[in-house]
Design a protein around this ligand. Structure first.
Ligand code: ADP
Ligand code: MG
Length: 736
């Protein structure tokens, strides 16, 4: 049945050739109980490993069942081991984290038995080696003799014609040793049992044949008893490991050793959080730069939420229009007159200069750090950067100090607009200073902005002048001293009129902006000079000579108090396009302010560095995880070499590892998702996880899962290929 013809085994290591054994020939048959003896180092184990198909040979021929084996590939040896060989080792070679039952069952699961067939068979075998009492005991808790019984039970379960036992009693006391030998003898009736021992006396009562080795050679081959020669051989019935069996084992291995499981779970959880955390912090950066948008025309506040509106037909907004707009779901609020909002104004005097948006004091919801809220119309409060030098060093001068609001002029006399700072609120960031003013002041500023946005000209006697509110000597000035429909001009500006007398001439005023053009015709009724200017207008000649005075109501009619442009703030900027469409349908032209942003390269740089950093991170994490997992799995080398000896193919072993790693990554991922759900629903307070999830969408969740999946797959591939590069026995040898 098993025939060796001048078989030799050499070891090559570091250029040296060592001999395992040389030119061994023998012929062994079913029914024999063979003892191989010889001193340590004589080549007994090497010979058994070669016979077992766990190690290759370099010379000679080995036949099994008449078939020559020298051409065998790794795959052929797998089949060979499955069909013919059962191994028993000095060190038992059991899965110590499995129970007795599971150890025996393992062989059957690997060899493709169905779950239903297994149970009875396993229990029978356990009974036959006398371990029924211990069937659910973990192997690590058993005595040496009991362990070796489990190993024999495992061999019986595998049901191979050849059983090879390398010093099976080496670690046992003589009583247990005896009972093990007896057990082996009993099963040898219809099998070939080969036992290596250096204590021949122990086996002498049972063996049918004695082979003695010395220095790698067989020096004696004695038949002790005649045996019935059996020609018929029952090779082990085996199938490929079935998929359900792989899952049973894979899942069992996942949870079998709890600390190992937790450690691996921690590694993968760390990986998910690291990748998604890095990714989302990039997304956050990208998102924030997408909102960093400087425009010379629009306030930088809430740009991403603001849509500018005008009527498609350029008419002013009616109350009805505002009602219609307010009905749109995504509209948060409406800024009817948005000009003030976009006007950043400076507040300055001799020692300080602040710059920022002007807001209604109604919008100030905080509490002041210094001073009090405005009580009069010329009082303001400011929100300023705490670290600003002026703010930190001149607080007392600023508080109650008088400032002029720049770009803002009193229409009546063109003088600068003075305010007093009565309160300060500090902020940590930002160099703009928000200026909060009373509603009366808001109204005045609005009026000023509106009139100064118009191009206003007037002409009389064929000469045209431009009017700028801040220009003291030629602007139109409203005053209650002039009657409606009339105008006063300077007696020095009359040279175009006949006889230099302009009274009775028409003064035509045109005020134009994007939306409308207003014309107004007044009569010049008075010419003032340096003696009369003060009584006529209340202003002095030196400064105001040249100005044209008209009635306040006439002046106000030059700019319509109506709004031609408004802004809306939306709740959700993700659906801005839908909101724009809705607004267009009810008669407005829209302009989403973020659309005015031109790509400035920052976003591009962030995108590129995102790809680079993430790729590097993933690769680094892969190697870290690979080495950590490898370290953790180190204890599993024995497991894998064991199942290989039990007949598992390399593919099966890899699948078991795949299933194990994948189960753990799945759990890590589910844990990660649970953390996100818990923190999003505020059940647990994990700010980091919550922030991170703000920037992840379904697509990213899928990608992260795939990355994790691929990582675990690559880890198992690398690990198992390293494991299988060595012969099973070498892997085993290194571990023991
Ligand atoms: P025994 O089991 O009889 O004690 P072995 O079969 O273990 O002896 O060893 C036989 C010879 O082969 C010894 O000289 C030993 O040093 C050598 N040997 C065994 N395994 C290896 C190996 N993996 N590499 C190199 N030499 C080895
Ligand atoms: Mg040995």
């Amino acid at each position: 049945m098993l025939k060796l013809k001048k078989v030799s085994k050499f070891y090559y290591s570091k250029g040296m050739v060592a001999t395992g054994f040389t030119k061994v020939s023998m012929n062994l048959d079913i029914g024999e109980f063979v003892a191989i003896t010889g001193e340590s180092g004589s080549g007994k184990s090497t010979l058994l490993n070669v016979i077992s198909g766990l190690d290759s040979y370099e010379e000679g021929e080995m036949y099994i069942n008449g078939e020559e084996t020298s051409h065998y590939s790794e795959k052929d040896y797998e089949i060979y081991r499955k069909k013919y060989i059962g191994n028993i080792f000095q060190n038992f070679n059991l899965i110590s984290s499995y129970t007795v039952y599971q150890n025996v069952e393992l062989v059957l699961l690997i060899n493709g038995y169905k779950r239903k067939e297994i149970k009875e068979k396993v229990l029978d075998i356990i009974k036959s080696v006398g371990l029924t009492k211990y069937k659910n005991t973990k192997v690590s808790k058993l005595s040496g003799g009991q362990k070796q019984r489990v190993a024999i039970a495992r061999c019986l379960a595998k049901d191979t014609p050849v059983i090879i036992a390398d010093e099976p009693t080496g670690n046992l006391d003589s009583k247990s040793a005896n009972s093990i030998i007896k057990l082996l003898y009993e099963i040898s009736k219809d099998k070939l049992v080969i036992v290596v021992t250096h204590n021949y006396d122990q086996v002498s009562d049972y063996v049918t044949r004695k082979i003695t080795m010395h220095d790698g050679r067989v020096i004696e081959d004695l038949r002790i008893k005649e045996t019935e020669i059996k020609e018929e051989i029952n090779v082990s019935k085996y199938k490929e490991t079935s998929i359900p069996n792989k899952f049973r084992l894979g899942i069992r291995n996942t949870f079998n050793i709890v600390p190992k499981f937790l450690l691996m779970l921690a590694v993968y959880l760390f990986i998910v959080v690291a990748i998604s955390g890095t990714y989302s912090s990039f997304q956050k950066g990208e998102y924030e730069t997408s909102k960093e948008f400087y425009s010379p025309y629009f306030s930088s506040e809430n740009l991403d939420k603001r849509i500018l509106l005008k009527k498609t037909n350029n008419s002013p907004f009616s109350d009805e229009d505002y009602e219609k707009i307010a009905k749109i779901n995504n509209i948060d609020n409406i800024l009817k007159n948005d000009l003030l909002y976009d006007r950043e104004i400076s507040l300055n005097n001799d020692y300080a200069y602040f710059y920022g948006p002007v807001l209604s004091v109604d919008l100030f919801k905080d509490t002041l750090d210094e001073g009090r809220m405005p009580e009069n119309d010329n009082e303001v409060i400011i929100v300023a950067n705490k670290n600003d030098w002026v703010i930190s060093n001149m607080k007392d001068e600023i508080l109650n100090g008088e400032f002029s609001l720049d770009e803002m002029t009193n229409l009546k006399d063109g003088s600068s607009y003075k305010v007093k700072v009565v309160g300060i609120k500090y902020k940590e960031r930002g160099y703009n200073t928000n200026i909060y003013v009373t509603n009366e002041t808001v109204k005045k500023i609005n009026e000023y902005i509106n009139i100064s946005n118009n191009k206003t000209t007037y002409n009389y006697a064929g000469r045209t002048y431009e009017s700028y509110a801040y220009d003291l000597t030629s602007a139109l000035r409203p005053t209650d001293k002039v009657n409606k429909g009339e105008a006063f001009i300077s007696s020095e500006n009359t040279y175009n009129c006949k006889n230099s007398k302009c009274i009775g001439y028409d003064l035509n005023i045109t005020s134009i902006n994007k939306y409308y053009k207003n014309n107004l015709t007044l009569k010049i009724t008075k010419e003032y000079d340096k003696n009369t200017i003060n009584s006529l207008t209340g202003l002095n000649y030196e400064e105001y000579n040249g100005a044209v005075f008209i009635n306040e109501e006439d002046y106000a009619s030059l700019w319509k108090g109506e709004n031609y442009q408004s802004s809306v703030f939306i709740k959700d900027d993700k659906i801005v396009r839908d909101t724009e469409k809705e607004l267009q349908q009810i008669g407005f032209d829209t302009f989403y302010l973020l659309d005015g942003k031109t790509e400035d390269g920052t976003a591009q740089i962030i995108r590129i560095s995102k790809v680079i950093v993430l790729s590097i991170l993933i690769i680094v994490l892969f190697f870290i995880s690979y080495f950590v997992i490898k370290l953790i799995l180190k204890s599993r080398n024995i497991y894998f070499s064991t199942i290989r000896m039990l007949g598992s193919s390399r593919k099966t072993a890899k699948h078991l590892l795949d299933i194990e790693l994948n189960t753990i990554t799945n759990i890590a991922y589910i844990l990660f998702l649970s953390l996100i759900i818990l923190s999003r629903t505020n059940i647990v307070n994990l700010k980091f996880i919550k922030d991170l999830s703000d920037f992840l969408s379904l697509k990213e969740y899928i990608i992260i899962y795939l990355i994790l999946f691929i990582m675990s797959y690559l880890t198992s591939t690398r690990y198992s290929s390293k494991l299988f590069k060595k012969s099973a026995i070498n892997t085993y040898r290194e571990e023991v």
